[in-house]
Design a protein around this ligand. Structure first.
Ligand code: FES
Length: 152
């Protein structure tokens, strides 16, 4: 059956009704209208759905919404500070870190975690950290350049 749950997303607690089996990704997109997180594969293989939970990146398609109650969830919609883009967002624009843009929210959320967790000592380390975020346009060199630049 449908039950009530609440999620703290981008600093605001939001309550909605959904089935217990709803994934965090579907809850964000369909119950909360936060469509920045993308559904590429829905199986943990593309990274398009990446969000931060308590500061750690996760594939939101692989976790149930109910399991994330009471945690701090950050999506691409919560990254900018008003009109001021997050440094990783600004760097993606600067370095053309996208073409079609579908994978970009997930790339940026992974990039934020990459920097926060200190995996930027070399381009290889950035590439390794970002290897779960696929880009079918092949913008990888620009994505790495954006993350390298944003951490400085
Ligand atoms: Fe979650 Fe692809 S949609 S990893």
């Amino acid at each position: 059956g449908v039950s009530e749950m609440s999620l703290k997303v981008n600093g605001a607690t939001r309550t909605f009704r959904a089935e217990p089996r709803v994934t965090l990704l579907d809850a964000l997109r369909e119950n909360l209208g936060l469509t920045g997180s993308k559904k590429g594969c829905d199986h943990g293989q593309c990274g398009a759905c990446t969000v931060l939970v308590n500061g750690r990146r996760i594939n939101s398609c692989l976790t149930l919404a109910v399991m994330n109650q009471g945690k701090e969830i950050t999506t691409i919609e919560g990254l900018a500070d008003g009109d001021k883009l997050h440094p990783v967002q600004a760097a993606f624009i600067e370095h053309d870190g996208f073409q079609c843009g579908y994978c970009t929210p997930g790339q940026i959320m992974s990039g934020v975690a990459c920097i926060k967790e200190g995996h930027t000592k070399s381009d290889d380390e950035i590439r390794e950290w970002m290897s779960g975020n696929l880009c079918r346009c092949g913008a990888y060199p620009n994505i790495v350049a954006a993350i390298r630049d944003a951490q400085q």
